[in-house]
Design a protein around this ligand. Sequence first.
Ligand code: ADP
Ligand code: MG
Length: 224
Amino acid sequence: MTDPVLSLTGVSRTYNDGHPVMALRPTDLGLAQGDHVTISGPSGAGKSTLLNILGLLDAPTEGSYRINGVETRTLGEATRGAVRGQIFGFVFQAFHLLAGRSALENVELGMLYGPHSPRRRRQLARTALERMRLGHRAHADPRQLSGGEKQRVAVARAIACEPRVLFCDEPTGNLDSENTAGVLDLLDELHRDGLTVVVVTHDHEIAARGRRRLRVVDGVVSAW
Ligand code: ADP
Ligand code: MG
């Protein structure tokens, strides 16, 4: 598979429960393979809306979103899900780990509906945990882990299938400053190893770490 180039043309998103809210105003944006992008802005600005569209978790109301030149708006949900599973990984503010399962099992569970055998899933999960410097915590229950370690397990789950793009929505929103630094350093490392990383944050300092910095205010995206 060729590397994804993500391209928005005139993409907007209007939510309509009761009265319409244009959360994302018509936006043109291209992301290249290997980018390290931060998307910052105040709460309610439209950051998650933009990320969800880029990650095929949501679809534009208007405009065109192409991945490697393929228009995504006409794809069915099954195809969108397949593309998402093959080339995208996601990390959210909440870790969404299952208690009572080990860190390793949590990472494996992320691959349950993928193409890999249980044996291969275990291998990939081990490798991902090791990349997150958590090889020694593979058998720990998430309840025994610090917040930073939990989020590193969640990142391991997101990268285990070797996606091309990692989307992170406020990945350090639940972490103290020390754990935040640890997670961000590991995301930088993933980027250096070739992964395209997109981080949504309301934190100016975190936003400044991006090679390419976007800001969203009232649904309008600009570079800074
Ligand atoms: P951010 O991530 O920057 O905090 P969001 O993208 O979540 O902002 O939200 C942008 C705007 O869209 C806000 O006004 C929010 O209330 C609204 N919004 C977000 N999701 C929905 C939804 N599912 N239904 C209705 N309005 C929504
Ligand atoms: Mg948000």
